[in-house]
Design a protein around this ligand. Structure first.
Ligand SMILES: NC(=O)c1ccc[n+]([C@@H]2O[C@H](COP(=O)([O-])OP(=O)(O)OC[C@H]3O[C@@H](n4cnc5c(N)ncnc54)[C@H](O)[C@@H]3O)[C@@H](O)[C@H]2O)c1
Ligand SMILES: O=P(O)(O)OC[C@@H](O)[C@@H](O)[C@H](O)[C@H](O)CO
Length: 504
């Protein structure tokens, strides 16, 4: 087994076990220039954007678009250490439905800085003229936008600290706006801010977050950002589960690589990106990115079909005793439930999507969820639900409440989340609720045996949904059924009632 580093790179393929499907960068990494700073280097960025850049570099392109990763949170010290020991290299393993494993060592991340270690180094890196894109995967909650009002929350303690006079920036907002200020003051054109998080209108959301923060700090700077900084929206897609020790062992055994933090993912990849990059961009289209003028149809399709369906399967599946997405999606009744949600509720809210056959797309989604080798955990999908349900599912509900459309599937999804947040599954096993609002949601869920709408009364999460009698009737019926008959029987009933067709 070979420890992964620039020095060992050339010998990796030769020393890999026979039959290993492994490729490594053969381009000269030492001559690359950093053109992108990426905040939030987790599994997804490494399976997606960094992979596209590596692909371009392998074709002799994008040599001035190497990535400097940045960790904003102290917890990113683990990523700092893993990447530092490996010269920024890591193994991306794609897990095909037939069990085939294909590995590629990715070389496009050439630097990594942890903001809490050295904020000044991060600021100067972002301020450097060679950097023309600052991209982000800081999670849905990372934009600090209130679900109901859509406003940036200036009272967040981290934000408030960064707004104080003379503060050393610590948040995404403080860091990015201070770097922009330095560029403006030095006469350097601004970088483009490229959000790659699963949020509808992620570019606009990023624009609102950064300009609101800047306005509270320095109105002239906010004006400059509003006028001169581009915030392209994007739709990004590749299911990337959390890396496990079993993945590390697999990379060692199957590819002969000792990698502290490989990343595993499904083979599917998609990236639709709005083409607004005034100071330039890599030739993304040459790597398979769909560079489009309007990304919204792609975003809505993905968030309301894929991501909302993830929520549709995770709580009922977990309550019924499953722990992996494929265990749920692989069963006919749950697959029909997913298709029922997609066909009856998700799809009617969508406009046609250029170049996409929605029926084929939905069938592919169920197949992707059912890929057993990806082993995506339901726990990952259940986490931070208060940041996901309001962004992906509630817009679908609101659309149908306004237009008299169906809401039964979505009402069951929300009720299953409420039942999940009671903190115990149907076999009596405790559930660890991972959510920034966990305590509050758990308390509300505990009250719902006596007060069925207790969970829905959280107006920060649900807005005025609790005032809609059609929704509350469907929701309360679903919750009662979950309590009395369990998740599987409740899903079976709904599928039977709504004539759910075969999902495949
Ligand atoms: N994993 C996937 O399948 C997938 C697919 C498409 C899009 N995405 C998007 O990427 C995001 C990250 O997913 P991941 O799988 O890489 O997760 P991850 O947990 O591996 O990485 C998340 C990164 O975001 C950082 N972060 C979290 N909250 C932050 C905050 N408030 N401020 C600054 N940084 C913060 C973390 O420190 C970490 O570096 C998702 O939330 C989603 O929007 C993920
Ligand atoms: O990572 P999140 O929080 O945006 O959402 C959980 C999953 O739905 C998501 O990660 C999907 O796997 C991904 O969006 C597929 O491209």
């Amino acid at each position: 087994m070979t420890a992964l580093s620039e020095k060992t790179l050339d010998g990796l393929v030769g020393s890999a076990p026979r039959g290993a499907d492994l490729t490594v960068p053969t381009y000269d990494r030492s001559g690359l220039t950093t053109g992108i700073v990426h905040l939030g280097v987790g599994g997804f960025h490494r399976a997606h954007q960094a992979m596209y850049l590596d692909r371009l570099m392998a074709d002799g392109k994008a040599r001035d678009w190497a990535i400097c990763g940045v960790g904003v949170l102290p917890g990113d010290a683990r990523m700092r250490d893993a990447l530092a020991a490996q010269d920024g290299l890591y193994t991306l393993v794609l897990k095909h439905p037939d069990g085939t494993l294909r590995a590629r060592v990715i070389g496009s991340i050439t630097e990594y800085l942890l903001a809490p270690d050295d904020p000044e180094a991060v600021l100067e890196k972002m301020a450097s003229p060679a950097v023309r894109i600052v991209s982000l995967t800081v999670t849905e909650g990372g934009y600090n936008i209130h679900h109901v009002t859509g406003e940036f929350d200036l009272t967040d303690p981290g934000v408030a600290a960064d707004l104080a006079d003379g503060a050393v920036p610590a948040t995404t907002f403080g860091l990015v706006t201070e770097a922009l200020r330095r560029r403006r003051d030095r006469g350097v054109p601004p970088f483009t801010v490229m959000s790659c998080d699963n949020i509808q209108g992620n570019g606009e959301v990023a624009r609102r977050a950064f300009t609101t923060f800047a306005r509270a700090k320095d109105a002239d700077l906010a004006d400059w950002i509003e006028a001169d900084v581009a915030f392209p929206s994007s739709m990004v897609d590749r299911i990337t589960p959390v890396t496990t020790d079993a993945d590390r062992a697999m990379v060692a055994e199957r590819f002969g690589i000792d990698d502290a933090w490989p990343v595993v993912a499904e083979p599917f990849e998609q990236w639709a990106l709005e083409d607004t990059f005034p100071t330039g961009r890599p030739p993304f289209e040459d790597a398979g990115v769909q560079v489009v003028s309007d990304v919204e149809p792609y975003e809505l399709m993905k968030l309301r079909l894929l991501n909302a369906s993830h929520q549709a399967l995770c709580y009922v599946g977990y309550l019924a005793g499953h722990r992996y997405a494929h265990e749920v999606a692989g069963q006919d009744v749950f697959a029909r439930f997913l298709r029922g949600y997609m066909d009856r509720e998700g799809t009617p809210t969508l406009e046609p999507v250029p170049g996409i056959d929605l029926d084929a797309y939905k069938a592919t989604l169920v197949e992707r969820f059912a890929n057993p080798h990806v082993a995506d955990t339901l726990a990952r999908l259940c986490a931070e639900s208060s940041d996901r349900i309001p962004k992906w599912l509630l817009p679908v509900v609101r659309h149908h409440l306004e237009h008299g459309g169906p809401i039964e599937h979505a009402a069951l999804v929300v009720a299953s989340w409420a039942r999940y947040d009671e903190g115990v599954d149907e076999a009596g096993e405790p559930i660890e609720i991972v959510d920034r609002l966990a305590d509050r949601l758990h308390q509300a869920a505990l009250a719902q045996r006596d007060d069925p709408l207790a969970f829905l009364r959280d107006r920060e999460v649900f807005g005025d949904l609790v005032d809609d009698e059609r929704f509350t009737a469907a929701y309360a019926a679903a919750l009662a059924s979950l309590h009395e008959r369990g998740a599987r029987a409740t899903v079976e009933d709904l599928v039977a009632r709504t004539g759910g067709q075969s999902a495949r």
